[in-house]
Design a protein around this ligand. Structure first.
Ligand code: DGL
Length: 277
């Protein structure tokens, strides 16, 4: 009988990379932190940009995409999976954990730390519509938000702007003003970025919110969590030549241009069919 340790390893693992995926480019904010924390590891990143955004899609669509992408990453020999997308995590993390024996790190809006940090006891959570209305977020609010006004703000359109690399244009500014203003006027001193795409807007959000407001961006916490689960279940690689491989269901040239714009190194971006078949 396989030992617990053997069971955790993907038998297809040859170069044993860590699979990371998001609806699109948002998870690159997480990938950056993962690469910094675990410099010896190889990563395989899938941007499902051909199907982005997930924020207003049905749960069954998001679940179906999670299945396809996890299957793909498993076939690539992933030794662990990071769902670098809050929307996919709240919908599909549980079912993926039931099916795959590798460690799976998922995301949810950082409401717990935000409540601890907040002095004004008003916290603004920015996320997609699907994440905002999810049972996971309702549970986080009822568990940690007893003495705090947790304002849940869905942000339709914002992830699309990031997907197009439009971090600073007029529409992005207008959307941010619309989504931040009610929370700021209510005295929020802490803002949770509950969608990985929004990490690319952190400067614009900070400018609008002012110095007195703390922005909670979870990518470093996710990297620490991955490091912990790897040490507990498989091994942390000390690879001499770790590689990160990029796949996208959108046009590869668009992901390549995005990677250039954020200074993320890559050698090639591969195409994946948007259906995942
Ligand atoms: N980046 C994703 C998240 O963290 C989803 C954005 C979208 O596709 O709507 O929620």
């Amino acid at each position: 009988m396989a030992s617990e340790r053997e069971r955790m390893l993907n038998p297809a693992a040859m170069s044993a990379s860590i699979g990371v995926y998001d609806s699109g480019v948002g998870g690159l904010s997480v990938l950056r932190a993962l690469r910094a924390k675990l410099p010896g590891e190889s990563f395989t990143y899938v941007a499902d940009s051909g199907n982005a955004p997930y924020g207003d899609r049905s749960d069954s669509f998001v679940e179906g995409r999670a299945q396809k992408i996890a299957q793909f990453l498993w076939g690539q020999g992933a030794k662990a999976l990071v769902i670098a997308c809050n929307t996919a995590s709240v919908v599909a993390a549980r079912s993926l954990r039931e099916q795959y024996s590798v460690p799976i790190v998922a995301m949810e809006p950082a409401i717990k730390p935000a409540v601890q940090i907040s002095h004004s006891k008003v916290v603004l959570v920015l996320a997609t519509s699907n994440t905002i209305r999810s049972p996971s977020v309702a549970r986080l609010c009822s568990t940690y938000g007893a003495d705090t006004q947790v304002m849940l703000q869905a942000c339709p359109g914002l992830a699309d702007q990031v997907e197009r690399g439009r971090f600073h244009d007029d529409l992005t500014q207008r959307l941010l003003e619309t989504y931040l203003r009610p929370g700021l006027d209510a005295g929020a001193d802490t803002i949770v970025l509950g969608c990985t795409h929004y990490a690319f807007l952190v400067d614009a959000i900070a400018r609008m919110a002012g110095d007195a407001v703390t922005i909670v961006e979870p990518s470093e916490a996710i990297a620490s969590q991955l490091s912990r689960v790897l040490s507990a279940s498989t091994t942390i690689s000390q690879g001499v030549a770790p590689v990160t491989t990029f796949y996208t269901t959108g046009p590869p040239s668009e992901l390549a241009a995005f990677l250039d714009s954020i200074g993320e190194p890559y050698t090639q971006v591969h195409a994946l069919p948007a259906s995942g078949d």
